[in-house]
Design a protein around this ligand. Sequence first.
Ligand SMILES: Cc1cc2nc3c(=O)[nH]c(=O)nc-3n(C[C@H](O)[C@H](O)[C@H](O)COP(=O)(O)OP(=O)(O)OC[C@H]3O[C@@H](n4cnc5c(N)ncnc54)[C@H](O)[C@@H]3O)c2cc1C
Length: 607
Amino acid sequence: MSVPRPNPLLSDRDVDFQLYEVLDTEALCTLPAFQDHSRDTFALLLDSTRRFAREVLAPTYRPMDAAPPVFENGRVRVHPAMRSLYAGMVDLGLLTATRPAEVGGQQLPLTVHAVASAYLMAANLSAYGYLGLTLGAAHLLEVFGTPFLREHFMARLYRGEWTGTMALTEPQAGSSLADVKTRATPAPDGSFRLQGSKIFISGGDQDFTDNVVHLTLARIDGAEGGTRGVSLFAVPARRPEGDTRVPNDVQVAGVIHKIGWRGLPSLVLNFGESNDCHGWLVGQPGRGLACMFQMMNEARIMVGLNGVATAAVAYQESLAYARERPQGRPAGARDTARAQSPIIEHADVRRMLLRQKAIVEGGLALLLTTSTQADLANHAPDEATRKRAHLLLDLLTPIAKTFPAERGFESNALALQIHGGYGYSSEYLPEAWLRDQKLNSIHEGTTGIQGLDLLGRKAVAGGGAALHVLDEEVRATTARARAAGVEPAWSDALEDALQQAASLTLELGARGMAGEVDAMLRHSADFLELFSVVAVAWRWLAQAAAAKDGLSRAALTGAGGSDRAFYEGKLAATQYWFAVEVPRVPLLAHLCRTGEDSYARMHADWF
Ligand SMILES: Cc1cc2nc3c(=O)[nH]c(=O)nc-3n(C[C@H](O)[C@H](O)[C@H](O)COP(=O)(O)OP(=O)(O)OC[C@H]3O[C@@H](n4cnc5c(N)ncnc54)[C@H](O)[C@@H]3O)c2cc1C
């Protein structure tokens, strides 16, 4: 049995660099919403979360993966560690960190919360899952709930007394939530009686709090078909009646045996088998999906962070392994009397590590930029800034959700590869993180659905208004990079790639307007890939500019070698991205533009 080495989960040095050298996160404190905060209060949350993640959460990851929840006598028993882990995460204040004081929160920027969450996710993704789901459910009730729901449900969720779920998916309604069939019948007391079946409901039952609230999509009797007939309900597993709890006719019908996220149960739930399942409407009738979508940006940022965190922890592990594992000698050195070299000395291993670094740190940079746009969109005092940030946030969200999931999976596979045969065994953790990572391209809208969202909606909305904002932001970054003395060819290449992306968007949008929707959307996955390459190139160039500035400072102050090494590593990773990824943009654009149609022509019965 291998002994897991201490793993930093994410690099603290990189996190600080991204927050304070690439972004100016402290400047968020000039917004009225965050005026009580400073770099010191950010550090309080980050320090305590890092410590908890490393010392308490990470050691529980392997045992929870090895002993998934058990379904017995109609109830789900989860790993016994979860009770204290959940209490510990609640104590850190993460359920309400971004919420206002009225609901017990500290009103911290999402950017800071995102970083703190990433440490917990990297330590134990399943354990964090309960918290993330509860936070999402409570936030929905905070924004759309009646005073009754806020007092009786939201407050308990935020205090950590209950947990929450998102109960959307049904067997026939996964990607297509317009096909939700669960029914809600009005009851005389103003609540509803629900009947239907949901599948894959994560955290749908557990035994460490005394209740679970399901934020459930259902169709009120007589509602129209399609998305506009779908409403949102709060459905507790046990309904509060005074100080007691009455079973609310929500039955666990089965547990999905998952390949990853094995500490968090995903369940089949039946609502109203005895016609006694009470649900309370959240928001307006028929606006259920609209309510969910209002929260979707944050949920998708969370999934993107899951992807970054899962790739990051594996990157840290493979980096440590490559530094320690002796195998072979430098190319050309045949003398077996000479000691073997650590595998990091082999160029091909460094190729894999550099690709991991480019994906992990490029992904983190993308997620933090997206979170900052969410902070500005929600809290900037002037409307013009809020509107601008909203446009950019909407455009970046499908990319921030998908890039870490898809490229993160590749990065996780490289971590396994670097371990050679040992990576292919369950004694080592890379295989477990690879299994975890796969979910991120599936839940919260599959990669296919994100591609359609980006090309069919976000990029073309308002005549490409979001692209104008992105263009301004990219030009500000290239100006900063040029001034810092970053290789000018990278700035030229980024401006050119964005230009190609923008003109492609206009062309494809025109095709859609002309009624050729199929031709427009055929290569939406390639379109998403193209934008991912460009967006991450933008964030790498911003890191290169900050690194150049850092090197100049180090030269002036004579700062130590480790600082210089850190910045040189940033420049090497930027070079890698511009040499290996950005040149793919013309090919991807060509596929989208020409509508290369092999798979469109391919008949289902030709396979
Ligand atoms: C472990 C796990 C946990 C989950 N947790 C939750 C949860 O807590 N709550 C919840 O409500 N749901 C949850 N889900 C459900 C998840 O959101 C769905 O699995 C997901 O939305 C995909 O739906 P589906 O499985 O029905 O696949 P389908 O929708 O059948 O998709 C199958 C394939 O077809 C593609 N496809 C489908 N429609 C289109 C289209 N129009 N155009 C192009 N391609 C398309 C998809 O991209 C995919 O590759 C979870 C799922 C898993 C596996």
